[in-house]
Design a protein around this ligand. Structure first.
Ligand code: M7G
Length: 183
């Protein structure tokens, strides 16, 4: 028998399409609930750094859509890791895989239930990695998840990590969103 995961996870893919809304361009790829099926999927698809610029992968718990509007996300936010352009070749794929492994392995201990999913944005101005949690007001949970991430990804001082509330991000298109927590 295969090794069951605590949760069932869904992979989403976003590709910009001017004829569709942002929401319509989010495509659900597949769901899995075993370690073996995770690796089959991971080994079958392009790595993040191989995606065309403008595209995203999202991996969320089954039933949670990778958008602010979802009931599980609407009071939440994300730990955001901004990479500089050079890090696409050195860090992007490693960080994304490590985030996925933290999530499916429930590495956030008692706070794993607060994790909704994660997103990687491949962008010309610098790629972004976000780990989305369900309750931005729960400082203990947000900080513990952030600390664990920082430790597992071996984030150094040259890479900053800030937690941004979705409600702030939503209204701040184009400009910088303030960090509610930083690490
Ligand atoms: P992005 O892809 O997160 O970052 O957001 P980028 O600016 O580096 O490309 C780009 C745009 O996508 C936003 O300004 C929104 O118009 C749309 N968008 C992104 N997210 C995460 C959402 C979401 O959760 N819900 C909705 N409705 N639109 C979103």
């Amino acid at each position: 028998i295969k090794h069951p995961l605590q949760n069932t996870w869904t992979l989403w893919y976003y590709e910009p399409d001017r004829t569709k809304t942002w929401e319509e361009s989010q495509r659900e790829i597949t769901s899995f609930d075993t370690a073996e099926d995770f690796w089959s999927l991971y080994n079958h698809i392009k790595t993040a750094s191989e995606l065309r610029q403008g595209c995203d992968y999202s991996m969320f718990k089954q039933g949670i859509r990778p958008m602010w509007e979802d009931d599980q996300n609407k009071c939440g936010g994300r730990w955001l890791i901004n990479l500089d352009k050079k890090q696409r070749t050195t860090d992007l794929d490693n960080f994304w895989l490590e985030i996925l492994l933290c999530m499916i392995g429930e590495a956030f201990n008692e706070y794993s239930d607060d994790v909704c999913g994660a997103v990687v944005n491949v962008r010309p101005k610098g790629d972004k990695l976000g780990v989305w949690t369900s309750n931005a007001d729960c400082a203990d949970s947000v900080m513990e998840i952030g600390r664990k991430l920082k430790e597992r990804l071996r984030i150094t001082s040259k890479t900053t990590m800030g937690y941004q509330v979705h409600k702030d991000t939503m209204v701040k298109a184009g400009s910088q969103t303030k960090n509610t927590y930083t690490l």
